[in-house]
Design a protein around this ligand. Structure first.
Ligand code: FES
Length: 152
């Protein structure tokens, strides 16, 4: 009788010990996963820019991103593109000249074609084209959005 009682006591302690190890182990793993930074996950956020109707074909409109940066939105027959309005040379504001079908930076007379490629001026000499901005259009709603990468 005493042997049975000892065996039950031993088995109960064994199961409690194994159960405790498993429970604390799972808790420790969850804690480490919670505290460790997520790697390799790149998120983007979509920022409302407008609706496709407000950008007329052949036009370039200025909009602003979340941090206030100016973005030149160019709509063509086939596509909609975005360019940073900040000149790649020294950071002046580039604007669109519709009568000449080009972007122009007044600070040092730089000219960029309608694709943002530098033609004349210091940016052309340095091979600095306008910076493109990632725009998207939701086909069902016609909403134009700016996609910005979120650094983790
Ligand atoms: S800042 Fe635009 S050309 Fe120099």
């Amino acid at each position: 009788m005493n042997q049975i009682k000892n065996r039950r006591s031993f088995l109960a302690k064994l199961f409690m010990g194994v159960g405790s190890i498993l429970a604390y182990g799972a808790f420790a793993v969850k804690g480490l996963l919670f505290l460790s930074p997520k790697r390799g996950i790149k998120a983007t956020k979509k920022i409302f820019v407008g609706t496709i109707d407000q950008f007329k074909t052949g036009s370039v409109e200025t909009v602003h991103g979340l941090t206030g940066q100016e973005i030149l939105v160019q709509r063509t027959q086939e596509t909609i593109k975005g360019f940073s309005a900040t000149c790649p040379h020294l950071g002046c504001k580039v604007h669109w000249e519709s009568d000449k079908d080009r972007f122009f930076c007044p600070c040092h007379g730089a000219v960029f074609d309608s694709d943002g490629q530098a033609i004349t001026g210091p940016p052309a000499d340095a091979g600095q084209n306008m910076t493109t901005v990632d725009l998207g259009v939701d086909d069902s709603s016609g909403i134009v959005y700016l996609q910005e990468k979120i650094s983790a």
